[in-house]
Ligand binder design. Structure first.
Ligand code: AMP
Length: 425
């Protein structure tokens, strides 16, 4: 047993796994650039109140899962690690007066989120999200645009088309009556409610509908839905979102019981699941509209919408579908030498080749040539460049490690030759 281990619910991303994450991050960066999003980075921790106020006090995230940092006496402020990115980004939008920028403001970030959850398969205490936010656009077209972007991200990641669920959860005009209807319904079934849910009923009945408690599943299946209670504005908006999705050819299902766990959501809510595998632990991502959040954090009323896609979950889904492509790029060549101590010549050659943009490593261990070649093969390199006495005449040996063939090559031609080989693969 090692003395120290990564904290429970976290894990080290060792090089092969980190490469798979990086591949997803690259797809996200390329796609968002294509769609006109600008990258933003906010701190990994904020004043706890940013989350309490925006996510809502009566939520799992704030009640049970917020990673609160011990307050230092001299600071007197309470901080928490971010459980999701939207609150921090909206805090930044307000703080930096982004309302005065040309609207809408389209932002994206990818990074770790923290929730003090009970660790289990697919549920970590530190996990990664690819996130986009659009502020200052009331929709409905942008709602569909974001759903399409998420679907495209999954496709480029190599995932089978996910199941897309959409709903409208109303707004401040129609939701209160719905919440009353829900409160009446659960009130009639008080005996069946687990203690925590019973206690929540008085504070936020909507949370019960989103409950992860197995005991709630049956009860929730019979709960009233908001669909028939939507006000005219919300109904028209939702119909237009669906029309835009149809125009884009996005397949989706309306799920009237889809509510997002966070208080700040209004109108459009959506969630993605691996095809045919709907379960709480499997959600690939989700998002929705939050037209009240900017105001809640002290800004002018500004509509907003965003999504957060769980990268850990995408990789899990790829693995279970057998589709996890190896993302690590092996290096092209290793520079080895007949004289183990002649490290300067090997390092110089590697430096020149890298300056030309080729991925190479010099073997700088003073070990026998045979050992150096074995290590190159283990690295998955395609070539070994063997530096020997003939370097004095401007020659090296180029060994194709796969074919185990070898030929003399002038150093002057090496860059062009390796570049051709790299391009041919
Ligand atoms: P949420 O804001 O809870 O809807 O989270 C958005 C997405 O982040 C989810 O659909 C998951 O893919 C992912 N996610 C949320 N919580 C976790 C967690 N504890 N571990 C891994 N992924 C998570």
């Amino acid at each position: 047993m090692p003395t120290f281990r990564a904290p429970r619910g976290t894990r080290d991303l060792l090089p092969p796994e980190r490469a798979r994450f990086l591949r997803l991050e690259r797809i996200a960066a390329d796609l968002t650039a294509l769609y006109g999003f600008r990258p933003i980075e906010t701190p990994l921790f904020e004043q706890a109140a940013v989350f309490e106020r925006s996510v809502g006090a009566v939520t799992d995230i704030v009640e049970k899962e917020l990673f609160r940092l011990a307050t230092r006496r001299e600071e007197g402020e309470e901080w928490a690690l971010r459980p999701e990115p939207t609150a921090g980004i909206v805090r930044a939008y307000v703080q930096h007066g982004m309302q005065t920028w040309p609207q809408p403001v389209r932002l994206t970030t990818t990074g770790p989120m923290f929730r003090y959850d009970r660790p289990q398969a697919g549920r970590y205490r530190q996990f990664w999200q690819f996130d986009v936010e659009v502020l200052g656009d009331p929709g409905p077209a942008v709602d569909a645009e974001l759903i399409e972007l998420a679907v495209r991200f999954y496709a480029e990641a190599g995932l089978q088309a996910p199941d897309v669920f959409v709903n409208s959860i109303g707004d401040s005009e129609c939701r209160p009556a719905y919440i009353e209807a829900l409160a009446r319904y659960y009130g009639d079934h008080l005996d069946h409610l687990p203690p925590l849910e019973r206690e929540r009923l008085g504070r936020n009945p909507l949370r019960l509908l989103d409950s992860k408690e197995p005991a709630m599943a049956e009860l929730n299946a019979g709960a009233p839905t908001i669909t028939e209670r939507l006000c005219d504005g919300c109904r028209t908006h939702f119909a237009a979102v669906r029309e835009h999705l149809d125009t884009l050819g996005i397949r989706y299902e309306v799920e009237p019981r889809l509510v997002r766990g966070l208080d700040y959501y209004t109108r459009t809510a959506f969630e993605f699941f691996p095809a045919g595998a709907r379960g709480t632990q499997a959600a690939l991502g989700g998002g929705g509209r939050y037209d009240r959040l900017v105001e809640l954090l002290g800004g002018r009323p500004t509509p907003g919408i965003g999504f957060g896609l769980g990268l850990d979950r995408v990789l899990l889904a790829l693995e279970s579908g057998g589709g996890a492509a190896a993302a690590e790029q092996p290096i092209l060549a290793v520079i080895v030498g007949a004289d183990p101590t002649a490290t300067a010549a090997r390092l110089k050659l590697a430096t020149d080749l890298r300056a030309a943009g080729l991925a190479v490593r010099a073997d700088l261990a003073t070990r026998k040539l045979g050992r150096q070649l074995e290590a190159a093969v283990r690295d998955g390199a395609r070539f070994a460049v063997i530096v020997g006495d003939e370097l004095a005449e401007g020659q090296v040996q180029l060994r194709d490690l796969g074919a185990a063939s070898q030929k003399a090559v002038p150093v002057a031609d090496l860059t062009a030759l390796l570049r051709r080989k790299a391009a041919a693969s």
